[in-house]
Design a protein around this ligand. Structure first.
Ligand SMILES: CC(C)(COP(=O)(O)OP(=O)(O)OC[C@H]1O[C@@H](n2cnc3c(N)ncnc32)[C@H](O)[C@@H]1OP(=O)(O)O)[C@@H](O)C(=O)NCCC(=O)NCCS
Length: 194
């Protein structure tokens, strides 16, 4: 399959690659579910037109990856590098992610996140990675814990969502030294190309 040449990262069960045109159905399934978009703090993707606009923007976006199941080729999630807007002039980056609800609870996102951490330190050569979740989002909390991030604290009233809800944020980070000290977490993920 031609898209296999486009894979950028590999984990035991997943490939991470750029979104391609044929993925639109999978993208729509992922993003049009409010159970996925609300905990991620996104504005609702409630029409096909809006999904299409978001998809067209995501395809060329630097640092945005589809999460693809090796066994089926289905794109079941998205993970992306984002600006770390909470740190000033530091060589840092942040990461955000969403997974199709039908695939929750199988440990896919910790695998994808581990690959992104490896990529950030080894290819992008950042000094620190920041990550966070709404305090109420205990599912994301577990993903971040499993990949070995250090909890920094709670930012009270950290984010106003589209629906007016003002939510507390849990903030975490990982330095390069911490990454190297827990190499077992990253031993089965690979960067295939830049
Ligand atoms: C957060 C998210 C990416 C987790 O991905 P995942 O691959 O399911 O992660 P895991 O399999 O490691 O499961 C994480 C936790 O979710 C919980 N969980 C598992 N299956 C679940 C299910 N079907 N329904 C609800 N929660 C579930 C468990 O507490 C699990 O922790 P455990 O392994 O210690 O039991 C996914 O739930 C998601 O896309 N949520 C909506 C978007 C979002 O919150 N993005 C992150 C914003 S910070």
């Amino acid at each position: 399959m031609f898209w296999k040449k486009k894979n950028i990262m590999e984990t035991p069960r997943l490939y991470l690659r750029k979104w391609i045109k044929d993925d639109f159905g999978d993208f729509k399934d992922l993003m049009m579910n409010p159970e996925v978009s609300n905990p991620a703090g996104m504005n609702p993707v409630d029409t096909e037109l809006r999904a299409r606009e978001l998809f067209e923007r995501s395809i060329p976006e630097e640092g945005t990856f589809a999460i693809v199941l090796k066994e089926s080729g289905k794109a079941v999630g998205q993970i992306k590098f984002q600006d770390d807007f909470r740190r000033y002039k530091v060589n840092s980056i942040s990461i955000g992610y969403e997974l199709n609800q039908a695939c929750w609870g199988r440990g896919y996102m910790p695998e994808a996140l581990a690959a992104m951490v490896k990529y950030a330190f080894e290819v992008k050569a950042v000094d620190i990675i920041s990550i966070g979740h709404f305090t109420i989002n205990t599912q994301s909390k577990r993903v971040i814990e499993k990949v070995g991030f250090h909890h920094e604290g709670t930012m009270r009233m950290g984010f106003k969502r589209y629906d007016g809800a003002v939510l507390d944020d849990e903030l975490y980070s990982m330095t390069k030294a911490e990454y190297l000290a827990q190499s077992e977490i990253f031993s089965n993920v690979q960067v295939l190309r830049r």
